[in-house]
Design a protein around this ligand. Sequence first.
Ligand code: MN
Length: 315
Amino acid sequence: MSDKLAKYRSKRDPKRTPEPIPDAPSAAPGGNAFVIQEHHARSLHWDLRLERDGVLVSWAVPKGLPADPGTNHLAVQTEDHPMEYLTFHGEIPQGEYGGGSMTVWDTGTYETEKWSEREVKVVLRGERAAGRFVLFRTRGKNWMIHRMGAPVRDPFPPVEPMLPLARVRLPKDVPAYAFEFAWGGRRLLVPIDGGRTDAAREHPWLRGLAESFGSRTAVLDGEVATLGGAEILLFYDLLYDDGRSLVREPYTARRAALEALGLAGAHWQTAPSWPGEAEAVWRAAREQGLPGVVAKRLDSPYRPGPSKSWLFIPS
Ligand code: MN
């Protein structure tokens, strides 16, 4: 009988990695467990492993399970893993194969509808990973994973920002607005999907932010401003959160969801907002040499393009 774990063992040194390294596949094959691990290795990916004949047949999926049947994701087949890997989580030392932190993203059982050399069709029964998926081989180790059935999240909103209209005076109906500083920076929408963002092409430091989201999807709205000589991204709105579009929600709900993310880092911050405080914010903006304030209606949805629900008042 061929040793299904020979390749797995050859890549690992038991003295250097905390991963399980058994001598043989499971003595009790026939189960139908699966696990998906989130693996912050050199490049973030999710490892999908399906129990099959005493081992875990494995694929590395760079963007994780697709949420939408219209978008297939690459899945690169990796060596079979031992059954002991089903519950493995921990820190694989840097420099070792797969170095980085690994957590269990989801686990459960699955049902096989088809299993061939080129096509694996399964129904996953986990808490986060649920539904029918088909993996199909495209070339060599490369497969694609496709979700069957309905999308499990809203489509991403358009990436056109909402813009304020300029006014000379602060609005009279002060309690209807939140007041924010106008930063005079460059507007930036940051869509995050599969731990990655296209905005990192222009700003490579955004890779860390996107990776910290893991599998959580988001579209953030903000501005890259220069404060005290340093570039910083100030976030002031959230258009999409964890599979759900927020553009129809009022400002107050979007703001609460943004604050719940607790975004604070060396390169990014959540911009402050003061509901119902017009004069003091306007004076502070002027004292700090900022261009002015933006008044945002508390009950207003997010509408791409110029909108009278947002007012820019220069300082
Ligand atoms: Mn991996």
